[in-house]
Design a protein around this ligand. Structure first.
Ligand SMILES: [Fe+2]
Ligand SMILES: [Fe+2]
Length: 240
């Protein structure tokens, strides 16, 4: 039906309906961490289920097992599996394995959050690479095997231009000695969205043992400046 064939009441109704669709109010803001509900980065609704208690001295593997949401776990395991298969050094394999952990806590600026959560426990190179995958994923580098992902056209829309702070971080990273470490996170990320691929944390247990300084008190209880971030994942239902 053409617009001019509608009565003004009908036009108002149609407008209201299309506005409702556009502004369909989610229960939480879009940047919320996926452990807290809301939507996945691609916009799929997240089902909140009761959580098992964590052991008193949680390890990194406990977070993979009991707190990180399943779709983030399979994505990170697939990306690390791709890195391992292609013969990457252990630093890069571990960076791929951990690059999106913060999506569970906050989706906004997740690369920065993850780098900060990990800084006390991994090499500077690994946390640097994870921090900068945030900016690099918006910029193609065909020579390194990274094209702008089609997924981002769906998530951010056609012709999306990242914020100036993201472009500035990208330009700075381009000149850095660890540019390729961060770039490879984005490359292996492209091979990590296969819903049918079965993956396990087992092949990475030794690498975690060698490259991740697990605090003996448990993540969240070691008094580090980022312990509260891990505790927020341990106790996501605490009202204050
Ligand atoms: Fe990411
Ligand atoms: Fe990712």
């Amino acid at each position: 039906m053409k617009a001019q064939a509608l009565t003004s009441d009908q036009r108002a109704d149609a407008l209201e309906e299309s506005l409702m669709k556009q502004t369909h109010k989610p229960a939480v803001r879009r940047g919320t961490g996926v452990l807290f509900g809301g939507l996945t980065p691609s916009g799929a609704p997240i089902e909140i289920k009761p959580l098992a208690p964590m052991p008193p001295k949680p390890t990194l593997a406990d977070f993979f097992r009991l707190r990180f949401m399943p779709h983030t776990v399979t994505h990170m395991l697939q990306s690390a599996t791709d890195a391992l298969k292609k013969g990457e050094p252990e630093d890069i394999v571990l960076a791929c394995l951990l690059h999106d952990i913060a999506i569970n806590l906050l989706k906004v600026d997740h690369g920065y959050w993850a780098a900060q959560m990990l800084e006390p426990y991994v090499s500077e190179k690994i946390s640097w690479a994870i921090r900068h995958h945030q900016a690099l994923r918006f910029f193609a580098d065909p020579e390194a095997g990274y094209e702008y992902p089609q997924r981002y056209v769906q998530i951010f829309g056609e012709g999306y231009r990242p914020e100036p702070y993201i472009r500035a971080a990208y330009e700075q990273a381009r000149k850095h000695k660890w540019y390729m470490e961060a770039r490879m996170i984005t490359v292996h990320d492209l091979y990590a969205f296969d819903p049918d691929m079965k993956v396990s944390i087992d092949p990475f247990v030794d690498i975690i043992g060698r490259r991740f300084r697990q605090p003996k008190e448990g993540l969240g209880f070691d008094g580090s400046p980022v312990a509260h971030m891990w505790r927020s994942l341990i106790y996501p239902d605490n009202p204050l």
